[in-house]
Design a protein around this ligand. Structure first.
Ligand code: FMN
Length: 302
């Protein structure tokens, strides 16, 4: 029986488009399978490269999930055998275009009663965003069967420097010839075809149970304790900041304050809090941490 797959995504630099292309290659080689790729665009484009003020200006609406208008898009079918959603986190939330897509009536219509695989390409913090995506998919009546999270594997501080360089210059190359290349590595992008193969096996059988377990075995998701710890705390704090900024008339000044807060929180406060946690709490919370990691690596919703 022929299979219809929709792969829908937003990308600024093209990174997520490359990921989608490699990931869907094995699915395209499946007989009688049509992979329809749809790239979405906001009606009012976000800048790329970004300026620093505009970059931080995207925080409140990303965190609060305020949708923006999208350029008109159409899907060829009313129903698909599988939908692949490619998205990127912005400020620990789905990017504004991805969040707008998930709230769009035409997309919600095709999502209803349909298996969905999510695939993200980010710096390294995707857990909060994925929880929000899980909720939005549930609201649309979709059935999340798999998740793949591709990250920059360099350490948290190196990737912070390199992503800011990439986002603010538009160049995905080595800063000063010294730093590593920003973003998801070329090798990981090409290797996402392996996950496409796994999805293909499940599509062939039309059996989705066990897909995420297989993807986990292939390291399609990797929940790192320190990042999970930071994200869980930061997610709540970002929500407070976004509410205050959205209500205030001093938006620009507050966004500057948020920028410095974020840099201090990440570079100074987080290492201290992590050290305190490593000494006083983590050693006694092994079971709870294991459960949390398993939960975030999975596709169920609490
Ligand atoms: C405004 C903004 C906020 C971002 N916030 C995060 C984040 O919270 N976590 C993360 O891992 N990456 C973050 N990133 C990186 C993106 O998830 C993504 O990897 C990058 O923008 C490249 O995606 P592209 O395919 O759209 O070019 C952010 C990028 C932008 C532009």
């Amino acid at each position: 029986m022929s299979k219809k797959i929709l792969a829908v995504y937003f990308t600024q630099s093209g990174q997520l488009g490359d990921i989608i292309d490699h990931f869907t290659k094995p699915l395209e080689s499946f007989p009688d399978t049509v992979v329809e790729k749809v790239r979405i665009y906001p009606a009012k484009p976000f800048p790329f490269p970004w300026t620093s003020p505009l970059f931080f200006n995207a925080m409140p609406e990303s965190v609060d999930g305020v949708p923006t208008a999208l350029e008109p898009f159409t899907f060829k079918e009313a129903q698909y055998d599988l939908i692949i959603l490619g998205y990127q986190p912005w400020f620990l939330s789905p990017s504004i275009p991805a969040g707008s897509l998930l709230r769009h009536l035409s997309f919600k219509a095709v999502l209803n009663n349909t298996p969905v695989v999510t695939i993200s390409g980010c710096r390294n913090m995707w857990i909060n965003a994925q929880e929000k995506v899980k909720n939005l998919l549930k609201e649309a009546g979709a059935n999340l069967v798999g998740n793949i999270a591709l990250v920059d594997r360099h350490n948290n501080y190196t990737s912070l420097v390199t992503i800011l360089y990439w986002m603010l210059t538009g160049k995905k190359d080595r800063k000063w010839g010294l730093f590593p290349k920003p973003g998801v590595s070329d090798e990981d992008i090409v290797n996402s075809a392996i996950f496409g193969e796994t999805v293909k096996m499940h599509l062939q059988k039309n059996e989705w149970s066990g897909l995420q377990t297989r993807l986990q075995e292939q390291h399609a998701v990797n929940v790192r304790y320190s990042l999970m710890f930071i994200e869980r705390k930061a997610g709540r704090i970002f929500t407070i900041w976004s509410k205050i900024i959205n209500k205030s008339k001093k938006r620009s000044a507050l966004l500057v304050a948020f920028k410095y807060y974020l840099l201090i929180a990440l570079c100074i406060a987080a290492p201290i809090i992590l050290l305190v946690d490593a000494i006083f709490f983590k050693p006694f919370l092994g079971k709870r941490i294991k459960k949390q990691k398993e939960y975030y690596a999975g596709v169920t919703l609490k």
